[in-house]
Write a protein that binds this ligand. Structure first.
Ligand code: NAD
Ligand code: GLY
Length: 374
């Protein structure tokens, strides 16, 4: 059985692995063809869909129809960050094992970053590794979490502290599903979009500034260009540094500040991951300006852009974080995975599009900055 699949928008390729990333208005329709073709070539024996309840209701039906008998099990999980837990991991692993899998069973992770991270992690440990594909449905998952193979769950000690690097077999990005994504989630995902511009692409920042209206109106051409650009940036960085020994750390711009805010908020619904990253990126540029290594003009441009698209820019914008002080913030920041030999490493910037890994952050400077900012 030979089917014609749509052409991938790009391929993530390095010496150890290679996989296609499809970005298309109807990419969901290609998942069934991809799976059935691979089954006919004896690459997979069958598949399992994992989705949260919101996404399952909207999109699992379409996949199920196309997958037919190759679908062996469908798992529906509650929506939200708390699903990325050891409890849910255990439950789904037991459920999948009880269904009788082999090493050729494919997991289809259908959903946002929560499902992609959890299902990918389950795939990495079941039978010491079974294949999985990412079918991201939130903007955040399309431009960031579905590409690059970081999988994992949260622990009581912090976010994403249990996990693995485990690459998917393919990524199917169906841009049309963004029509049902709640606006607040779209904006949160946009924080990870503009992050690539802030890291190393000032031209992309200018394009985003010029195309804001089209993007937020979900104009298909603008959306496809935006998502493909982000995936290309991510693919380039991951191809060069899969395990985050170097350049991949740049993708954490705003995240050390942001993760501390999420932890202080107990990962509750008042602050989405992308919103925390948005505030974190403003803080990273403001701190860079405070240190005199970035112009105040660029720091202001970052803040203005984030504000104009309707994302929060200040810790004080979030009611539940109003009691946070500098000492607590620093102790939360030290839980970050980038802490090396007891030293805090932050992604700072010389300018928009010129971010870098700052290896030895001066804590007294950070304290002064946080006291002024929080
Ligand atoms: P999410 O998975 O919780 O999805 C957000 C909400 O949108 C959920 O309620 C979901 O049901 C709903 N939803 C998703 N797609 C929809 C659609 N098309 N229509 C209607 N509703 C839809 O959250 P997220 O923002 O996608 O992902 C956040 C998670 O991703 C965090 O846990 C974060 O740590 C992780 N993350 C991982 C990486 C990585 O590299 N692995 C990178 C960034 C973020
Ligand atoms: N989202 C950060 C990374 O994938 O490295």
């Amino acid at each position: 059985m030979k089917m014609t699949l749509i052409k991938p928008a790009l391929t993530l390729e390095n010496k150890d692995f290679s996989y296609p990333i499809y970005v298309h208005e109807d990419a969901l329709l290609s998942v069934g063809d991809f799976v059935k073709q691979a089954i006919s070539e004896k690459k997979y024996s069958g598949c399992i869909i994992i989705a949260d309840e919101n996404v399952s209701k909207l999109y699992a039906g379409r996949l199920k129809g196309d997958l037919g008998e190759s679908l062996k099990l469908e798992i529906k999980l509650p929506a939200g960050e708390t699903t990325k837990s050891i409890t849910h991991l255990e439950k789904i692993c037991e459920q999948i094992l009880a269904s009788g899998i082999d090493r050729q069973t494919l997991i289809v992770a259908l959903g946002g970053g929560v499902i992609g991270d959890l299902a990918g992690f389950a795939a990495s440990i079941l039978l010491r590794g079974i294949p999985f594909i990412q079918v991201p449905t939130s903007l955040l998952a399309m431009v960031d979490s579905s590409v690059g193979g970081k999988t994992g769950i949260n622990s009581a000690a912090g976010k994403n502290l249990i996990g693995s690097f485990y690459q998917p077999e393919a990524v199917f990005i169906d841009t049309a599903v963004l029509n049902t994504l709640p606006k607040r989630e779209f904006k949160a995902g946009y924080a990870e979009v503009v992050k690539y511009a802030f890291i190393n692409d000032a031209k992309f920042f200018a394009w985003l500034e010029d195309n804001k209206e089209k993007i937020f109106a979900l104009e298909p051409q603008a959306i496809t260009h935006m998502i493909t650009t982000c995936c290309q940036h991510k693919a380039d960085i991951v191809a060069a540094d899969e395990k985050e020994h170097g350049a991949r750390a740049l993708l954490n711009l705003g995240h050390t500040f942001g993760h501390a805010l999420e932890a202080e908020n107990n990962y509750g619904p008042e602050l989405l991951h992308g919103e925390a990253v948005a505030i974190g990126m403003v803080m990273a540029f403001d701190f860079s300006a405070h240190l005199g290594i970035c112009s105040a003009v660029d720091a202001e441009k970052v803040k203005t852009h984030i504000d104009r698209v309707g994302l929060p820019t200040k810790v004080r914008d979030i009611k539940s974080l109003r009691g946070l002080n500098a000492e607590k913030m620093i102790s939360l920041m030290f839980k970050d995975k980038k802490v090396k030999l007891g030293r805090l490493r932050l992604i700072l910037a010389h300018a928009i599009g010129e971010s870098f890994v700052a290896d030895e952050v001066k804590l007294d400077e950070l304290q002064v900055f946080l006291e002024k900012t929080l």
